[in-house]
Design a protein around this ligand. Structure first.
Ligand SMILES: *Cc1c(COP(=O)(O)O)cnc(C)c1O
Length: 370
């Protein structure tokens, strides 16, 4: 029996041809394909916000925080249940991630807990669109307004996902996406920062190119900067034309990706809701475009072993960050710690077949003796 994969990239002939075209042009760095990809994302989101592409979702988060001038001693509120990328991006600026609880029904940031952890050093809040859902953002923006915090949405999992009928990234303060290999769309590796703050966007555009002022404009018109000024710390965080070429094709395919991932999730909901040992995150899968499908399961570790022994990959998203040595907190997060024992991520990707999903569901039923 072949392994049923938890997640994977889905690459068609079109992505391969697009990459070959860039290779033939022999302009591999950041140039017109990246410009085109940014315009295409903006078109897709139908937003007046600006889009800046970078080389990973993690650099999107890091650069966004850096351009807010976060410094040593500043604090950023963030749910502990997230990929360590969110935390590393915060600590890379010198700021301190302050671990917050989650709502047990959505696994989204618990706004009450975030409010209770605000201090005079709190500068920003980083809600994470866990499993692509961002129900609860309205409260985040209200809190941010009340305490004058910047909002950096870790929307790494939420490209193409909707909230109240609108695509994530259509509105808000700062929204960061990831296009890594297994996210909703991929550019190989990649990410984007979206914001309507013009000054901030300029900083981000320069910051992805070592802080070289206005280098983006130069590169997009096929030129180079020779005499320039640098005022801020920057990095080599720009996206390459090769990556953008993949991303452009993937964005054209997003409707088929959406349909498939939503159908898989609806099928899981339908089939697993009869099992009383399993609790489902009740997302609206006409809105959410799910990067991962997560359940809360009794005897999770045993179930996981059982599925693995039947060649069904599954995952745990994530080990809470306040349990890592680097980010250990002096306080406990009982809800997060309890949920960490229950969560299990089931196979969900564009190439998952009906048969494969049926096997996965059957094995879960079998485990619970149904
Ligand atoms: C994937 C992911 C990131 C990081 O994105 P990369 O492109 O892999 O660097 C950050 N946060 C969350 C929640 C993610 O899922």
């Amino acid at each position: 029996m072949t392994k049923i994969r938890l997640s994977k990239s889905s690459i068609s002939q079109a992505e391969k041809e697009a990459v070959l075209k860039v290779l033939d042009k022999e302009y591999l760095g950041m140039g017109e394909e990246v410009k085109h990809f940014e315009e295409k994302i903006k078109d897709y989101l139908q937003t007046s916000l600006d889009v800046v592409c970078v080389n990973t979702g993690t650099s999107a988060l890091h650069l966004a925080l850096l351009c807010l001038d976060l410094k040593d001693g500043d604090e950023v509120l963030v749910p502990s249940l997230t990929y360590v990328a969110s935390y590393q991006a915060i600590s890379a600026t010198g700021a301190k991630p302050i671990s917050c609880e989650i709502n047990p029904n959505t696994l989204f940031l618990d706004i009450q807990d975030a409010r209770a952890k605000i201090t005079k050093n709190t500068k920003a809040i980083m809600p994470v669109h866990y499993a692509s859902s961002s129900k609860g953002m309205d409260e985040v923006y209200k809190l941010a307004q009340e305490f004058e915090l910047r909002v950096v949405e870790d929307a790494a999992q939420a490209f193409g996902s909707k909230r109240d009928g609108k695509l994530v990234g259509t509105q808000g303060d700062i929204i960061c996406f990831s296009f890594d290999g297994i996210k909703n769309i991929t550019s190989g590796e990649g990410g984007a920062i979206v914001s309507n703050d013009q000054e901030f966007i300029q900083r981000v555009q320069d910051g992805r190119l070592l802080g070289v002022e206005k280098d983006t404009d130069k590169r997009y018109s096929g030129q180079r900067s020779w005499d320039f000024d640098v005022k801020y710390q920057g990095f080599r965080y720009h996206m390459s034309n090769i990556m953008a070429a993949i991303g452009i094709v993937q964005l054209d395919r997003i409707d088929e990706f959406r349909k498939k991932r939503q159908n898989i999730s609806k099928q899981y909901l339908k089939e697993l809701k009869q099992i009383k040992e399993i609790e489902l995150l009740n997302f609206d899968f006409d809105e959410v475009l799910p990067h991962i499908f997560v359940i809360k399961a009794q005897r999770r570790n045993k179930l996981r072993e059982y599925l693995l022994s039947n060649n069904i990959e599954c995952g745990i998203h994530y080990k809470p960050n306040h349990l890592h040595t680097k980010y250990k907190s002096s306080f406990k997060l009982p809800i997060t710690e309890k949920i960490y024992e229950e969560i299990l991520t089931l196979p969900c990707h564009f190439d998952l077949t009906k048969d494969e999903q049926e096997v996965a569901i059957e094995k879960i039923r079998e485990f619970y003796g149904k």
